[in-house]
Design a protein around this ligand. Sequence first.
Ligand code: GUN
Length: 298
Amino acid sequence: MSIQARVIDGKALSAQVLDEVREDVHALAVQHIYPALAVVLIGQDPASEVYVRNKLLRAKDVGIRSLEHRLPQDISQQQVLQLLARLNADPSVNGILVQLPLPAHINEQAVIQAIAPIKDVDGFHRENVGGLVQGGDVLTPCTPSGCMRLLYETCGDLSGLHAVVIGRSNIVGKPMASLLLQANCTVSVVHSRSVDAPALCRMADIVVAAVGKPQMIDACWLKPGAVVIDVGINRIATASGHRLVGDVDYESASSVASAITPVPGGVGPMTIAYLLKNTLIASERQRAQRPISYPTVG
Ligand code: GUN
């Protein structure tokens, strides 16, 4: 007997998160505090253009000031680092995001590590990555943070659940595994060298797919009743043009999972909502100069 999975509506939940952010922004405006996000886009990667446009639109929507820095494809790494030094030193800038990927001649790590950790709204700086692994209340990467909110809304307490993360990128897979561990899940990370990835995945109560391979994960990978979070956004050709699909074969997986995020309308909108939430958190930290707090280990 096949079940029909519940659709996890990321659009609706992100609207709720954006409402929370908007309310906080209004409360700050009364005190004449105006949080600002600097977005740096280098070159003309079409997907990055779309992502950045959406981020700027949403920022405007909730009343966060955004400062757009569009740099030419052939800009030198030195010039990028100089811009970041200026943004780091500017007290009117609370969050800094450099859209990835970068042109091949620019070293991604050199750029990420040049962002002041307290303004690193992507949570990619090693100080924030290390803080996340140790359970500190640091700025955490936006996509995994959005996925966690979707999971809490769907499952409630995650303690003791077995979560399988498919993919081990710095942007999604690794921080996702850290957040799930923090939430007391048993966590496995499956990747291209894993032996029998579908069998490992079939043990999971929660599956987070972040591999960038269109519709790779189908019903055969899932335990009946699993909750599926699909991070993939892949453009595939169709007879009439193109469409977006996830890393999960939605139709097939829906017949086995208990709940699943659609693409589009699942994880994507949550990423932007958490970017803006991080901008508020960053601006609050900068005002309070608050040190990171770490839990006592239990
Ligand atoms: N490119 C793809 N995803 C991301 C992200 O979350 N942040 C940045 N800065 N670039 C990206």
